[in-house]
Design a protein around this ligand. Sequence first.
Ligand code: C2G
Length: 445
Amino acid sequence: MKKVITYGTYDLFHYGHQRLLERAKALGDYLIVGVTTDNFDLERGKMSTCNNVMERIEAVKATGLADQIIIEEYKGQKIDDIQKYGVDIFAIGSDWEGYFDYLKEYCEVVYLPRTQGISSTQLREERPMVRIGVIGTGSIASRFVPESKFVNSNAIVSAYNPNKEECEDYCKQYELKPSGSETDLYEQCDAVYIASPHYTHYDYVKNALNAGKHVLCETPFVFGKAQAEELYNLAEEKRKVLMVALKTAYCPAFGHLVSLLKSGAIGDIVEVNASVTTLTDESSEKLNKDYWGGSMNENACFPLLPIFKLLGTGYENINFYSKMKNEVDMFTKAVFRFPSAVASFQVGLGVKTEGNLVVAGTKGYAYVPAPWWKTDYFELRYEDPNQNKKFFHTFAGDGLRYEIKDFVTAILSNEYFYSKVSKKENIKMAEVQEQYLKGVNLYKL
Ligand code: C2G
């Protein structure tokens, strides 16, 4: 019996895929089809896939051509599969001509002519587009436009900044049409990315939702629990997506770390500690009390993410210890008591420390080296070092593309209530910020 194997993503399954499978099947007696997992596609830079792995498997199954369907989840798996399944022929479209010649050591390699005039990319382009407007045109907004190009089904259409000159410069750089007013911007888009100074978030989010726009808001979201609740209620009422752009939450390595630890990989979690420090010029707005500056306001949402993801939001108490200068915190250490765990974090704009994340458990610990908030790598470590495991993931570009993909997908699939950082977590983050601002259990050093 001659066994043939072929692989693909098979997104928006089309005639080109069908023809490829038919010809691959005709090369032998038994066809194995490898369908890539969502994660594997992300790792090999395919950000734009519309169907998830189950939908793509179903589409291949529906052809009736595959005798066996397997999933492809890592680079190098083809060699393993060919040996494991006793494959005689590896077949793939001619767009890969030459690329898989290294498999000739293991089996015959056949490149089948690609069907002209049809592709998943083309079909994706025909799907509805989310038109995004940008509010606030500072440094993070500058990373947003290039990153959005890696995600399908969206177009950045315009930007607004009350400072007209800055707005025009930004729009010129990214070939956008500047909006003269907030209303003007809302008229041109379906969704907004809010990257204005943090103390303006509440008003912009509220206005955008009231104008019927989906919202992706930069961090920190807002500084008060009641404000966060009000905005989420408004989003639900308007049936609009409200997401907070806490980029770490959307990154592949962080997602994997959380699911591994929640599945008991280091036993019961007893302590979480994370640091984020960035030495900043004292004259910066980030350290100016009139602009709601300070280490907590700027950075607390980052370490709060692993703490809430791993221990939940039900903390019993928090103590803050702040090193002050010019009435803002140059550095703050926060210590949380949970019912059966403890957590702490350090944030600093005027103090430097190691920016890692360590999670201690009853069977081992997780170590994520600095900068853990944009990591592509982490380790699980145990008493017996032979048990240690290292995990590698991609963190492509500036990492914003992951959150943009989630935002666009949620809008197009009407998943208004879905978000990698939940409503509850965002409201709790605002609550922590509020407690700090009110000086609850705050010890100034
Ligand atoms: N294909 C084709 N004609 C088209 C489009 C695609 O023959 N018009 C073929 C591709 O050459 C490939 C298969 O259909 O053999 C699946 O294509 P994709 O879904 O784009 O998957 P791809 O990224 O090519 O997967 O491990 C994954 C494989 O290495 C490649």
